[in-house]
Design a binder for this molecule. Structure first.
Ligand code: 4AD
Ligand code: MG
Length: 456
C-alpha cells in the first residue's frame, strides 16, 4: 500500500509530485459538468488541499456521496494550482472511506462558540479548533524543551493525594464506587479507608524533589472544585510547576518571565500559520502583541505599589481597593491593560491572603509571593519563594489550623538540610489563551470540565 502524505507536506512541496496519496475529510465540494472540485483537510494544517477530479476516474461514481464531513482517500498528481493555491491535486482515483448523512452538524456556515462546545467531539475538525489544538500540542512540547534545555528534571507528582496544597478546601474527594449506594459517606469507601483527593497542585511533592535533584518541574492535570463560572477557570486544567533549590523570589520572577517569553517566541516561530489564522479571525492584535511580549521585559511592581496605583487611578472599582485585599480581575486588568499596558509581575503580597508555605518577609506583614499578570487574562502564573525555616513554617501551620502530623513529611524537608527554594505554577490553558487570543478557557480545552459540564 502506498504511504499517505499529510496535506501540510504536500502544500509545502518545492516541486510537483507525480503520484501522491492524501487522506482526510471533505470540507466542500463543487460539481461542474465533467469534473468536481473538492477541498480536503486532514488536520495537519489550517489549509485544505484543492482536488480536481474528472468524471470517469476510478471512484468517481460515488462523488455525490463525498459531501462535507465525509472521509476520503485520494491518489493523484500534485501540479501547479490554477487559482489562488500554489498547488492542486489532479486526482487519478478517489475512494469514499466514510460517508456522512445530512445530519452532519458542521456545515460550511459559521457556528456559535456555544454550539461548537456542545459538539466537542466534532469541533476539532474546524479550522479554528484545529489551529488551537495543534498549538496546544506544540506548547506542551515547548514547555518540556524549555526546562529540559535548562537541566530541569520532569517529575510526575501524584494525582491522588492527601494534601491540600493551597489550603483553600477546593478539592474533589476520591471515593470508590459501591453499586447500589453511591451517595452515602462511608470512610471505608475512600482511598482504602483514608480520605484522599484529586490534587490542586503538585508543588509540595515538587519541593521534595527540588530538595534532591535541584531543579525540577511538574506538568500534568490538576483539579479545583471551585464553583467559578468565569472564562478563565476550569475544574480540570493542566499546570506546569517548576521548583528550584537555592533560588529566591527574584530568581523565581526571572525564570517565570523567561519561560513566558520563550513560549511566546515558540508560538511565533513554530506555529506561524496558526498565529496568522488566529490574527485574521480571532484577535486582530494577536501577532503584534506576541511580538511585543517576546521583545519587551515585564514590569515588576510590589503589591503595595500596585495598591497605590489603583487608589490613585481615580477609578471606581466594583470591589473597593485597600491594602490587604486580594486583587480582583478588574484590578489586574487595570494594571496590565490601562496602566502599564504590558505583562506585570506583582510581588510581596500580604501574608493573610496567601497559603502557609510562602516565605515571610522581614517586614513581618508580607510574603514572597509573585503573580504574572497579562492583558486580557489577568493571572497566568502564581509562585513564591518557600518558607525554608522550620519554626516559622510550623507556626504558620498552627495558626492556620492545619494538621501538622499530616504535613510532617513536608516539614522534614526543612528538618534535613533545608535550603532557600522557590517555584511557580503556570496555568497551561491560560498560557494557551495568551498565545492564541482565544478568550474562553472552554475553547482551549479538548473536553472542558467546568461546573455542570461533563457530558463527554
Ligand atoms: O495561583 P495558583 O493557585 O498556585 C498554585 O497552585 C501554586 N501551588 C503554584 C506553585 O507555586 N507551584 O495556581 C497557579 C496557576 C494560576 O496562576 C493559573 O494560571 C492557573 O494555575 N489556575 C487555573 N487555571 C485554570 N482554571 C483554574 N481553576 C485555575 N486555578 C489556577
Ligand atoms: Mg494564584
Amino acid at each position: 500500500m502506498m504511504n499517505r502524505t499529510l496535506v501540510k507536506h504536500v502544500l509545502d512541496s518545492e516541486e510537483e509530485m507525480p503520484d501522491v496519496l492524501i487522506q482526510g475529510w471533505v470540507r466542500t465540494r463543487r460539481d461542474s459538468k465533467a469534473f468536481s472540485f473538492l477541498e480536503v483537510n486532514d488536520g495537519s494544517s489550517v489549509a485544505s488541499l484543492q482536488v480536481v477530479a474528472d468524471e470517469g476516474i476510478p471512484g468517481y461514481e460515488r462523488i455525490g456521496e463525498m459531501a462535507t464531513g465525509s472521509a476520503v482517500s485520494i491518489r493523484g498528481a500534485l501540479v501547479a494550482g490554477q487559482g489562488r493555491q500554489r498547488w492542486e491535486l489532479r486526482a487519478a482515483s478517489l475512494e469514499l472511506v466514510g460517508a456522512v448523512p445530512d445530519s452532519y452538524p458542521l456545515q460550511k456556515k459559521g457556528h456559535t462558540p456555544e454550539f461548537l462546545r456542545s459538539i466537542a467531539h466534532l469541533r476539532p475538525r474546524t479550522n479554528l479548533f484545529g489551529a488551537v489544538f495543534r498549538m496546544r500540542s506544540r506548547l506542551a512540547f515547548a514547555i518540556h524543551r524549555f526546562f529540559q534545555e535548562r537541566d530541569f528534571s520532569w517529575v510526575s507528582t501524584p494525582i491522588i493525594t492527601a494534601s491540600d496544597c493551597e489550603g483553600a478546601g477546593e478539592m474533589f474527594r476520591v471515593t470508590t464506587l459501591d453499586v447500589g449506594d453511591a451517595t452515602s459517606r462511608d470512610a471505608s469507601r475512600d482511598f482504602f479507608g483514608k480520605a484522599a483527593y484529586l490534587t490542586v497542585s503538585g508543588q509540595l511533592e515538587g519541593e521534595a524533589f527540588a530538595c534532591a535533584l535541584s531543579n525540577i518541574y511538574t506538568f500534568g492535570p490538576t483539579f479545583r472544585a471551585e464553583n467559578s463560572n468565569t472564562t478563565r477557570h476550569a475544574a480540570e486544567f493542566w499546570m506546569v510547576e517548576p521548583e528550584m533549590a537555592f533560588c529566591d523570589l527574584y530568581g523565581d520572577m526571572d525564570m517565570a518571565e523567561e519561560f513566558v517569553r520563550f513560549l511566546v517566541g515558540d508560538a511565533l516561530a513554530n506555529s506561524a500559520e496558526e498565529v496568522e489564522f488566529l490574527t485574521r479571525f480571532v484577535d486582530k492584535g494577536l501577532r503584534e502583541r506576541l511580538e511585543h511580549v517576546k521583545e519587551t521585559p515585564f514590569v515588576r511592581c510590589s503589591y503595595t505599589e500596585a495598591v497605590d496605583i489603583l487608589l490613585k487611578s481615580g477609578k471606581t472599582f466594583d470591589y473597593p481597593v485597600s491594602w490587604g485585599i486580594n486583587l480582583q480581575s478588574e484590578h489586574e486588568r487595570f494594571l496590565t491593560e490601562e496602566h502599564f499596558k504590558c505583562p506585570v509581575i506583582v510581588y510581596n503580597y500580604p501574608k493573610e491572603i496567601k497559603p502557609f508555605y510562602m516565605r515571610l518577609n522581614e517586614d513581618g506583614k508580607t510574603v514572597t509571593a509573585m503573580d504574572v499578570l497579562v492583558p486580557g487574562i489577568g493571572e497566568i502564573v502564581g509562585g513564591s519563594q518557600r518558607e525554608e525555616r522550620l519554626d516559622i513554617l510550623e507556626e504558620n501551620m498552627r495558626s492556620m489550623g492545619m494538621n501538622a502530623e499530616a504535613y510532617r513529611w513536608y516539614a522534614d524537608l526543612r528538618r534535613y538540610g533545608t535550603v532557600p527554594h522557590a517555584g511557580f505554577g503556570a496555568g497551561f490553558e491560560r498560557l494557551l489563551m495568551f498565545v492564541t487570543g482565544v478568550t474562553n478557557i472552554r475553547d482551549v480545552l479538548p473536553f472542558a470540565r467546568t461546573p455542570r459540564n461533563c457530558e463527554f
